[in-house]
Design a protein around this ligand. Sequence first.
Ligand code: SF4
Length: 436
Amino acid sequence: MATQVELAVKGTITPQMKEIALAEGLDPETIRARFAEGQIVAPIGVNHRHQVVGMGRGLSTKINASIGTSTDIVDIAAEVRKAQAAQAAGADTLMELSVGGDLDKVRREVLAAVSLPVGNVPLYQAFCEAARKYGDPNKLDEGMLFDLIERQCADGIAFMAVHCGINLYTIERLEKQHYRYGGLVSKGGTTMVAWMKKNHRENPLYEKFDRVVEILKKYDVVLSLGNGLRAGAIHDSFDRAMIQELLINCELAQIGREMGCQMMVEGPGHVPLDEIEANIILQKRMSNHAPYYMLGPIPCDVTAGYDHITAAIGAAQSARYGADLICYITPAEHLALPNERDVVEGVKAARVAAYIGDTAKYPERGRRRDMAMSKARRDSNWNKQYELALFSADAQAIRSERSPSDSRACTMCGEFCANRGSMEVFGHLLAGTAKA
Ligand code: SF4
C-alpha cells in the first residue's frame, strides 16, 4: 500500500490528513504539504484499528506511555491494565516494550486492549529470542532480526523505534572520548553495541537500512530512529558519541523519507535545562524538521522517586522548543518496573508538560483555555472550572472531600475568599467587554 508520504507527495489529501487538520484547526493542504516534506507523521500500520494521531510541525505536542514486562516481572494481565490505564489517563500513543515472557502474546494482547497507535523496539525481542535459542544474545543473526521486524509490523505495530544510527564510527567516538560518566542506558543501544563489538560487524540496521525501510513502508509504519546512545547523565549530554548518532539519524531520516517512508528521530535522555533548546535546534536543522520524539529529557540526575516531575520540567522545555512527541517518565524511573499507579502518574505529568510547552510554542491558540479558566475562577464558576481542567475528576474529588461552607469559595481561604471579595469590589467594572 502507498504510504502517507507517498500519497502526500502525489498531492493526495488522505482521510487521516483531513482528520488531523480538523483536530488541530489547520488547513488540510498545509498538513499534506508537511507530510510530503516529512515534517508530520501519523502511525498507520495494519490489522489494528486505532485513533489517528498526527505528530510534527505545527501540531500539538503528543505524549507516549511505555509499558511492558521485564525479565523479573511477567504479568500479561497487569501490562494490559497498564496499557488501558495509560489510554484512560490521556496518552496519545503507547509503546509495548516487553522483554520477559511470551513476547508475541504480550504484544497481541496489548494491541487487542487499546485503541491507541502502538509502537515497539524490535531489538528487544530479537535479542531475547537469540538468547533463548542460542544461549547468547550476541548470536542474533540478521535474517532472524528482519523476519521479526516484519512479524511485528504484520501484528499491527504502527511505529517502531529502530536503532539504525549506531554504527562503527559512532562507537569509535565513544571509545575515543574514553566512554562516559553515566555509561550507556538504552537497552536496545547497549545490546547492539555489544553485538557489534563481539561479532566485529557493522550494525545490520545501519548497513541494510534500505531493507528496514522497505519492510516498514509495506505496512506504513513510522520508522522512529532510535536513540541508543542517549545520555544517562547530564554530564554526558552533547558528548561526541551522542551527537554522532543524532547526525546519522538525521541523515537517515532524509534517506528514508526520500524512499517514501514516514520517519521520526528520537532524542534524549538526560540533558541539563539550559541545553535542551540547543539539542532541539540541532535536530530540527539537521533533519529538515523531521518530527522529534523526545524522552523527557530529565534535567538532573538526583530525583529518583520523583523523576516524573523532573522529566515533566524538561519536557515542558522540549515541547516549547519543538519536540513533537514526549515519552513519559514514571515515578519508578531508575528504580523498578512501573505499576499501574506509576503509569497514571507518569501520563498526567507528561500531559502537564506538553500542555505548558504548547502554551509557549503556540501562544495564540495555546492559551485560550487558560483565559477561559481564569474567568471561571474569577467568577467562582466551579462547573466551568471542572470542564476546563486537564484533570477534571481529580479536581472535583479534592474539592468535594473538603467542601466549603460558602459554595462560591473553597476551604483554602473560606470567608476571606479573594475571588469573591474582589468581585464584590470590582465586579461592576466587568459590565463592558472584559466580561466576555
Ligand atoms: S477561597 Fe481562596 S483559593 Fe479558594 S477560590 Fe477563593 S480565593 Fe481561591
